[in-house]
Design a protein around this ligand. Sequence first.
Ligand SMILES: Nc1nc2c(ncn2[C@@H]2O[C@H](COP(=O)(O)OP(=O)(O)OP(=O)(O)O)[C@@H](O)[C@H]2O)c(=O)[nH]1
Ligand SMILES: [Mg+2]
Ligand SMILES: [Zn+2]
Length: 293
Amino acid sequence: MATGKIIKALSGFYYVLHDGTVYQCRGRGVFRKRKITPLVGDLVEFKAETVEEGYILAIEERQNELVRPPISNIDQALIVTSAVHPDFNSLLLDRFLVLIEAKRIEPLIVISKLDQVAADVLQKIENYKNLYEEVGYRVILSSVTDSQSIDQLQSHLADRTTVIAGQSGVGKSSLLNSIDPRLAIDTDEISESLGRGKHTTRHVELYEISGGLVADTPGFSSLEFGGLELDQLSECFPEFVAVQDECKFRGCLHNKEPKCAVKTGVENGTIAKQRYDHYLQFVEEIQNRKPRY
Ligand SMILES: Nc1nc2c(ncn2[C@@H]2O[C@H](COP(=O)(O)OP(=O)(O)OP(=O)(O)O)[C@@H](O)[C@H]2O)c(=O)[nH]1
Ligand SMILES: [Mg+2]
Ligand SMILES: [Zn+2]
């Protein structure tokens, strides 16, 4: 018996990495009976006669897990948004940030395709970079043709498991290929003419890159807040958390309450109005969520 990590799940097989070798395994029948699905990222105990004939015997408790994409035990999320093609979308970025913060995964923002932007758009992107850095996030402006940005990205990957997240076509797989061309992951060379809705990457897979494990994903298919409650939502905005003790009411949702430090911050310009507006939009979304039975 040995311990390994599932790096890929495909057609009923789980590929388990142990000591530099990948073993093709099946799950035990009891998993199906108990409705347990092994996930990419799981630490497992397995037994293998050969590299093609293994069995997963047990799954270790998960540190965290995402449903779509299905993956577990993530330390860091690289949230990729493109500057253009598709256009930079701060609402979508904030949505990703909330989903990642809610799982207590450390986000790293990457704004991609900087080589394609005109000067006015570049200015806009620089402003966004400052905005998110002031919130406390790390932001990398990248382009597959700018080796410095690729080196910078690479320096954040060692000794941890990173998931790379973002809309289809923003260049997630391309970034991984630039870091390590030997990966040769399929990317969409003609995505612009085909339009949206088509995913080039179709499965979740962990790759060994720069001393860490990085999961390429097909882009998050669901960006709904699921079971997130309002008090948890406000915890997902670090700049709100930083001042919430100064709100008059404990448990202030920074919405209709008087003497709210967040609202004061927005008025004074110390909290970005745009982030606050997105927050209110998410509040409404959660309040209007249909109860699930
Ligand atoms: N000019 C430019 N094009 C890029 C860059 N990064 C990616 N692209 C192009 O953008 C398109 C989409 O790239 P992919 O890497 O397939 O995007 P993805 O995020 O993996 O997409 P899905 O797998 O569908 O989720 C391809 O045509 C890439 O060549 C970049 O930095 N600059
Ligand atoms: Mg891809
Ligand atoms: Zn408040």
